[in-house]
Design a protein around this ligand. Structure first.
Ligand code: SF4
Length: 210
């Protein structure tokens, strides 16, 4: 039986990451190393990580079944990078209620096979694309964004345009308003219209999304 690491599970979220009432299940581990990482404890294994099987996660999530059904809500997988755990999520979906929504807060910087594991039941992808400019992306995350662009295009060829929210941050010291506008233009060229522009800000020497 496979297990996956979690950095936290948060119940009763309202319209923050998908429709209705959702539970956020945040996985440990991420392929990126964003300079202002919002969840640094997700990057490497540490004592805050807790391991669950798909059945154990289902036991934690299922008490909210009626809330989910009444509000068109469900579960949102975040992290870290949830799509790295696509096999675990697929197994979870097989035992959970198919009427729930299944949302993914992701960078999309994963191999195509991970997307294919969840495409048949994914309700929504909330994609933080950082910046579409490859140089800015690399400087900020340490990785290139070729896979991100390919995966966005792939999702659009599968008709997911209306099921994608793209988040484009203004990242102090890395991109400008002008860069962000270029990213927005490129995203719109794929036919995606749900775009959330926001800014990373600092509090107590930590960065947080705004
Ligand atoms: S994608 Fe998220 S979890 Fe991963 S390094 Fe960037 S901010 Fe941190």
């Amino acid at each position: 039986m496979q297990t996956a690491p979690f950095i936290g599970i948060v119940r009763h979220r309202m319209k923050t990451d998908g429709f209705g009432v959702t539970t956020l299940a945040a996985f440990g581990s991420c392929p990126l190393r964003c300079k202002y990482c919002l969840n640094p404890h997700s990057l490497t294994e540490n004592k805050t990580w807790v391991y669950y099987t798909p059945e154990e996660l289902f036991e934690i999530v299922k008490p909210d079944n009626l809330y989910f059904l009444a509000t068109n809500g469900g579960i949102t997988f975040g992290g870290g990078e949830p799509l790295l755990r696509s096999k675990f999520i697929k197994e979870f979906h097989e035992i959970a209620n198919p009427l729930w929504s299944y949302n993914f807060e992701t960078s999309l910087n994963v191999d195509r096979e991970h997307l294919d594991d969840v495409l048949t039941f994914a309700t929504k992808f909330i994609v933080d694309i950082k910046d579409m400019n490859p140089d800015i992306y690399k400087k900020y995350t340490g990785k290139d964004n070729k896979q991100v662009l390919e995966n966005i295009e792939y999702l659009c060829t599968k008709g997911f345009q209306d099921k994608i929210t793209v988040r484009i941050p203004l990242i102090p010291g890395f991109n400008t308003d002008e860069d962000r506008e270029l990213s927005e233009k490129k995203i719109k060229s794929y036919g995606i219209t749900d775009i959330d522009k926001f800014q990373y800000i600092y509090r107590n020497n930590k960065s947080v999304g705004k």
